[in-house]
Design a protein around this ligand. Sequence first.
Ligand SMILES: Nc1ncnc2c1ncn2[C@@H]1O[C@H](COP(=O)(O)OP(=O)(O)O)[C@@H](O)[C@H]1O
Ligand SMILES: [Mg+2]
Length: 391
Amino acid sequence: MITTLAVQGYRSLHQLVMPLAPVTLVTGENGSGKTSLYRSLRLLAATSREGVVEPLARDGGLERILWAGPEVISGAMRRGEVPIQGAHKRHKPVSLLLGVVQDDLGYLVDIGLPPPSTKTLFSHDPVIKREEVFAPPLFRPASRLVSRKGGRVITHAGAHTRMLEEYLPARTSMLAEFADPEQTPELLNLRRAMAGWRFYDAFRTDVQAPARQRCLTTWTPVLAEDGRDLAAALGSIRESAWAGPLDQAITSAFPGTELAVDDADGQLILRVHQPGMLRPLTADELSDGTLRFLLLAAALLSPQPPGLLVVNEPETSLHPDVLPVLADLIVHVSKRTQVLVVSHSRELIAPLKDAGGEDTVIHHHLVKNLGQTRIEGQGLFSTPRWEWGSR
Ligand SMILES: Nc1ncnc2c1ncn2[C@@H]1O[C@H](COP(=O)(O)OP(=O)(O)O)[C@@H](O)[C@H]1O
Ligand SMILES: [Mg+2]
């Protein structure tokens, strides 16, 4: 299980350390930093597979996503005695830090820019300055298991160190490069875990939405990010151990409704039998709310569950009556998959707490203070300790 997430320097996430539970609900007003949190997690997962350049380019580039506030916020600025100010020119080197603690392993990555002295056409392309795999709870020089500085990768076993690589490419993560279960099982474990994280962001439900189209008849244990293979994913769940929970969720959300997935010449059609209807409705005829509920159910009940499932704003266009059913479903799957729900409304928290209790569910409400995202009510003692170390 992932217990802690840490971000420094990603948009409004100037410094954020967040404890996670089997179910974590993150809420906040517009502009409080919810999407930034979602994206920083997605970036962390992508970096472990693809390195830094492409994922950051998809995000708009390093310069744009770096914290744009002052490097240091003084006490006088906090008290409002002086305006927020700081040199526009940076004093410290560019640094975006992402970290996670999962089970008995901690990982952090420090992303920056090539040294100004390097002659390169790509001086704005991000590079990985440092990576650390450490024994939790905290990164310390003594808790290092594998570390990377520039191109050098070193494993640590007590006082013994061994160089694994001297010239690791600057844009590649060491997690992507070393997959030897004998030499570096930690790297393999972390990469497998992080590569499996799954992200679903506000599914489209408009007339042209991919989820409303037919799809190929193939076993689909993982719903596509845009939901284009919804019928195949639901069909696959119905042939798995999760058929019962799926049917139960649909009946609780929409009493009397039954789902069928039919094959028509190699293409799958979703048919939804609703009470009072003389014929079943197909995916292109369903209401936005019904379609979105089916998409969420398909994502949650995947027969190939990921370690972490992150869902952005699932409540959009759902009827409030359906939220408790969604909450039940989230708590049900959290026994095998950790779930992080990013939501605009606090309305989900009551049904989630009812379904899961305080041991299973944690709620973080984000607020913005002096341009920085903070967790409401988080103080010195409730903030998990975190150390980044230095380059
Ligand atoms: N580079 C940056 N540095 C600091 N703050 C930023 C940066 N880019 C965007 N922001 C701010 O981050 C805030 C959070 O945005 P976002 O995560 O999209 O909020 P939400 O999803 O909660 O509505 C916005 O208010 C925006 O002003
Ligand atoms: Mg948002």
